[in-house]
Design a protein around this ligand. Structure first.
Ligand code: GLN
Length: 490
């Protein structure tokens, strides 16, 4: 069952000659053919080019030393530009957009030898927590197909959880990698803001957006980060510090680490099974030698309102380019230019995206800018300062990733504020620009996955990988698989 392999295991099998990239790619494509009609995890499947890339990888491998991801089949969230491959951002407005260039992320994966299997479903313009705002229909959770896999990188998470691929990339503006990772028992890493280039990644909220990975374990998260991290002159906010070698962190163990437990993340509203799983995770890490300390992040409660001013403000500006002229769907028979803009945008954007554009335009408008936008920027600073103070006392912070396990499709679509609250534990991390890692840490009585979140200081990816790898050595939550039909399902 090659589709089950982690990136690291697949790379070993390819290296030893036990498996070819074509065999591995074919196994993933069969799995996609069997399960994607139900899960709707992928919007576009690039079967033909994937097989050609795999074949080229096999030939290169016979001749030479090859880069680390040679022949590894991966999936990209459908907002990373892929030259010649449709990139929809989950939106009607970009339904037919074929980028003439590759995102830096795409380019780096290709340079590392990866095979692109397809483009993953997502909430429209990454706005959502359930994948239900996608123009291409909701993605379903492999653990219970009546439920959401989370969002906005729901397709990437479902694809990894269902073994449609070895690993996937997503983006995280307020939790969109970590929340779906938690709801699907996958490992989700959102690096420090600026660690991975945003060039060619369709923008939602530029001061918060960050690319990262959804993988089967922490080792794979380190492998993908290694391939992607580093300065990019094409992204002005890219961090100009070379990426370290992430490998050694994986073997360091949790001994000697001080881990903070913020009071604000363990209050009312946390479902009992989530609380119990977090307590058990704490005990596991204690056995591994970590020491725990209660801390406070006093401005936690302000994160959701702050985010829902800053993110829509940036989105309203970023999405102005989709006007039916420069980019995107164009309405039929416009009366004049204004009519063309109005109709193209009204037809092209779904309800949630329109809501965000209106919210953002409002908070940036004359007279309201100071009351909302400027104030939100100040609160954002306070949230970042809370974390800075905490990291003087602890090495890493442990929290639940989400307050609850996966909810039913349709359950929250009529109540945007309730949907927004799904991200209550993840949004703070984006506002502060910090790295976060979600790991599977148990299941509720209904068999739905529970995730824990590790938060690190700026550029603290290594301590996250260190803690995460120690946890996964001591547990097997990440190795559990959903019960899915289809060829080689079990
Ligand atoms: N769910 C949040 C939102 O709707 C975060 C999305 C994201 O991280 N892209 O904005």
């Amino acid at each position: 069952m090659p589709h089950r392999l982690t990136i690291a295991a697949a790379a070993r099998a390819l290296h030893s000659g036990q498996l070819s990239a074509v065999e591995l790619t074919r196994a993933c494509l069969e799995r996609i053919a069997a399960l994607n009609p139900t899960l709707n995890a992928l919007i576009t499947v690039t079967a033909e080019t994937a097989l050609a890339e795999a074949d080229a990888a096999d030939r290169r491998r016979r001749q030479d030393e090859v880069p680390p991801l040679t022949g590894i089949p991966l999936v990209l969230k459908d907002l990373f530009c892929t030259q010649g491959v449709r990139t929809t951002c989950g939106s009607r407005i970009l339904r037919d957009f074929v980028p003439p260039y590759d995102a830096t992320v795409t380019r780096r994966l290709k340079a590392a030898g990866a095979v692109l299997l397809g483009k993953a479903n997502m909430d429209e313009f990454a706005m959502g927590s359930s994948n239900e705002t996608s123009h291409f229909g909701p993605c379903r959770n492999p653990w219970d197909t009546e439920r959401t896999p989370g969002g906005s990188s729901g397709g990437s998470a479902a694809a990894v959880a269902a073994d449609l691929c070895c690993g996937a990339l997503g983006t995280d503006t307020g939790g969109s990698i970590r929340q779906p990772a938690a709801l699907t028992a996958t490992t989700g890493l959102k690096p420090t803001y600026g660690r991975i280039s945003r060039f060619g990644m369709i923008a939602f909220a530029s001061s918060l957006d960050q690319a990262g990975s959804l993988t089967k374990d922490v080792t794979d998260a380190a492998l993908l980060l290694q391939a992607l991290a580093g300065h990019d002159p094409l992204d002005a906010t890219s961090i100009d510090t070379p990426a370290p070698d992430y490998g050694p962190a994986l073997d360091r163990g949790a001994g000697g680490l001080t881990i903070g437990l913020p009071d604000e993340y363990f209050g009312d509203g946390l479902a009992d099974p989530v609380r119990a799983a977090l307590t058990a995770a704490q005990q596991t890490l204690e056995r591994e030698g970590a020491v725990f300390k209660r801390i406070s992040l006093p401005h936690t409660g302000a994160a959701i309102p702050t985010y829902y001013i800053i993110a829509p403000a940036e989105a309203s500006s970023n999405l102005a380019r989709f006007d039916g002229v420069k980019f995107g769907h164009r309405c039929a028979n416009p009366r004049d230019l204004r009519d063309l803009y109005c109709h193209s945008r009204a037809e092209g954007f779904g309800a949630e995206v329109q809501r965000r554009i209106m919210l953002g335009t409002y908070v940036l408008s004359a007279g309201y800018y100071d009351a909302y936008y400027r104030k939100a920027q100040k609160v954002r600073r306070l949230i970042a300062d809370d974390f800075r103070a905490a990291f003087r006392e602890v090495d890493v912070i442990l929290t639940p990733t989400t307050p609850e396990t996966a909810f039913r499709l349709g359950e929250r679509t009529g109540d945007p504020v309730r949907m927004y609250l799904s991200d209550i534990f993840t949004i703070n991390v984006n506002l502060a620009g910090l790295p976060g890692l979600s790991l599977p840490c148990g299941f509720d009585a209904g068999g739905l996955p529970i995730g824990l979140q590790l938060i690190g200081p700026t550029l603290g990816e290594e301590v996250l990988l260190q803690t995460g790898a120690a946890f996964q050595r001591a547990t097997d939550w990440h190795a559990r698989k959903p019960d899915l039909p289809g060829p080689a399902g079990r």
